[in-house]
Design a protein around this ligand. Sequence first.
Ligand code: GDP
Length: 445
Amino acid sequence: MASNLTERLSRLIKTMRGQTRISEDNVQDMLREVRMALLEADVALPVVRDFIARVKEKALGAEVVGSLTPGQVLVSIVQKELAATMGEGVADLNLATQPPAVVLMAGLQGAGKTTTTAKLAKHLVEKRRKKVLTVSADVYRPAAIEQLKTVTGQAGAEWFPSDGTQKPRDIAAAAYEYARKHYFDVLLVDTAGRLAIDEALMAEIKELHGVLKPIETLFVVDAMQGQDAINTAKAFSEALPLTGVVLTKLDGDSRGGAALSVRQITGAPIKFAGVSEKIDGLEVFDADRHAGRVLGMGDIVALVEEVQKGVDLEAAQKLAEKVKSGVEFDLNDFLAQISQMKKMGGLSSLIDKLPSEIAAKAGQADMDKAERDVRRMEGIINSMTPAERRKPDLIKASRKRRIATGAGVQVQDVNRLLNQFEQMQTMMKKMRGGGLFKMMKRMGG
Ligand code: GDP
C-alpha cells in the first residue's frame, strides 16, 4: 500500500535535517515524491510533468516559516496548485439562454451518462425549480432508453419517448420541438456510448451537437478510469466544444487523479462529482477536498496556515534576544512559551487536521493528556507571586505547599514543573537563542 505524500516527504526530510529553505538542491528530491504520489493517484504522465514544472517554479524561494519544514511548505504549495487547477471555473450548469436550454451528455458506455442525466434532472427540479425533459438518443440499446424512463420518473422530471428504429438526429429534433412547445426550461439529452472511442460514435454525437446547439456539453467520465481517461478526454474534446465535466464513481476507492488529467486535457471545468449509484448521489465538485484526496492526505493547507498564524514570531524573537543577551530565563518566559503553544490552536485541534492515519498514530488519548498537562503547568505558574516567578530559587517547601493548594494540584506536581523549568533553563543557556522552535516542539512532546 502506498503511503501518503506527507509521510513520504517526512521520511525524506529526515535525511536532510537542518535545511530550512526550498532550494535547487532539495527541491528535486521532494518533487520526485510529489510525482510518485500523483502517478499513484493515476494522473496521466504528461499531465504530471506539466504540473510538476509549475509547482517547481512556485516552490523555489518560497519562505519556510516558524516550525514548518520545507516538506510541509511544499505539500501546501502542491495542494493549493492542484486545487486551483482543478477548481478553476467551477459553477453550476449554465442555463442562460432562450428556453429550452439543452444539455448534451457525452462519454463512453458505462461512464454513468444515464445515471448522471437523472441526477441532474433531480438537481434542476429540486434545487433550481426547473421544468425538465429528458430524452435518450441511444438507439442501439433499448434497455438504456427504458432505464432513462425509470430514473427520470424518480427524479420528478418528464421523459420523452424514443425507440431503436429512429435516427438519433430525428429524436433530438422531435424532443426539442416538444420541449419548446410545452415550455420546458431544460432538455437533457442522453446519448449512446461505445466501449472504446470510434469514428462512427464521434460523427453521431457531432451531428447531435449541430442539431441541438446545446448551451452545455458535458463530458461524463468514470473516476476509476485512471490513465485511460486521458485518451477518452482527448477524443471527446477534439470532437466537441465541451463546457464541463462530470466525474463519476468518486465513491469508489480511486484516488481520483483522472480529475487533474481531464481538467488539463479538455480545458473544461469539472462541474459535478458522482458519489453513489443513487439518484441523489451528485455533488458540486469541491476542488480543495479533491486535492487532498489525490495526494492521499488531510487538509495540510489548513494545518500550515494555522501554524503560520499561531506562532507569534515577534514574541519568539524577543525571547530569543533576551536569552542571547544573557538575561536569566525565568518562569514568566516559561509561561509565555506554554501559552505560545496553546495559541497554535491547541494540540488536539492541530491533530484534527492531520491525515487520519497519522492522527490515529498520535492517539487522541495522548493528545488529551498533553493538553491537560499544559493547562496544569499554567495553573501552577499562575499561582506563584511575581517575585517567585522571577526568582524560582525562592520557592522552598512551604511556598510549594501554598502554590500547590492554589493551583489545586499536589506538591509533587509543583516539583515536576520546577524540574522541567530548570532543564529548560539549562537548555536555553546552551542554545543562546537558536532553535527556539525546536525546543517548543520538544516541550509539547
Ligand atoms: P452509461 O452507459 O454511461 O449511461 O452509464 P450508466 O448510467 O448506465 O452507469 C453505469 C453503471 O455505473 C451503473 O451500474 C451505475 O449505477 C453506475 N454508476 C453511475 N454513476 C455512479 C456513481 O457516481 N457511483 C457509483 N458507485 N456508481 C455509479
